[in-house]
Design a protein around this ligand. Structure first.
Ligand SMILES: NC(=O)c1ccc[n+]([C@@H]2O[C@H](COP(=O)([O-])OP(=O)(O)OC[C@H]3O[C@@H](n4cnc5c(N)ncnc54)[C@H](OP(=O)(O)O)[C@@H]3O)[C@@H](O)[C@H]2O)c1
Length: 143
């Protein structure tokens, strides 16, 4: 994968691994778009890195993922890399008499269902790019 000249959407780009990746890709000359739930952090990070953009999304909310998809398709139609980084890790208690599965469901919704929703929504955009990351080029026909 070429690491320059790409247009890269990084979910969870507001902290931790996602923010580190965003800053590293930006410094390599890529057009980086970060997404997360905290507008203040998005503003702070994009202000510190001219040319970087930020969009709001809650990966647990299908409507927010649809809005993010529309924003990306209209503002960054040359998107060719998606980094599905946003995620949560929570302590889950499966002992006791009253087991609360809300925590488990929010982890599944964020880390699995949200990733599937966003990937499915952006695949047509990614598929149009000659250099999309992860694109299945089919079997190598060279002999
Ligand atoms: N660090 C580790 O040791 C480790 C190990 C295994 C896997 N991972 C996975 O690697 C990824 C990054 O980990 P990290 O340690 O960098 O985590 P982190 O510092 O907690 O950052 C998580 C990022 O995900 C975003 N996020 C969380 N829930 C979201 C939601 N519902 N919608 C949109 N964005 C959401 C957060 O942004 P906002 O809060 O601004 O929305 C934040 O930018 C996560 O998926 C994590 O599960 C990490």
């Amino acid at each position: 994968m070429h690491l320059t000249g790409r247009t890269i959407l990084i979910t969870g780009g507001t902290s931790g691994i996602g923010r580190g990746l965003a800053e590293a890709f930006h410094s390599l000359g890529n057009h980086v778009v970060i997404a997360g739930r905290r507008q203040a952090l998005i503003d702070e990070i994009t202000a510190a890195h001219p040319g970087m953009h930020g969009l709001l999304v809650d990966m647990q909310d299908p409507r927010a993922i649809a809005r993010l998809t529309e924003d990306v398709q209209s503002r960054f139609p040359d998107l060719d890399v998606l980094v599905n980084n946003a995620g949560i890790s929570r302590l889950e208690a499966w002992d006791g008499d009253a087991i609360d599965i809300d925590t488990t469901l929010s982890v599944i919704e964020t880390n699995i269902v949200g990733v599937l929703r966003l990937t499915a929504a952006l695949l047509p955009t990614l598929g149009r790019q000659a250099s999309a990351s992860g694109r299945n080029k089919g079997p190598d026909k060279r002999s």
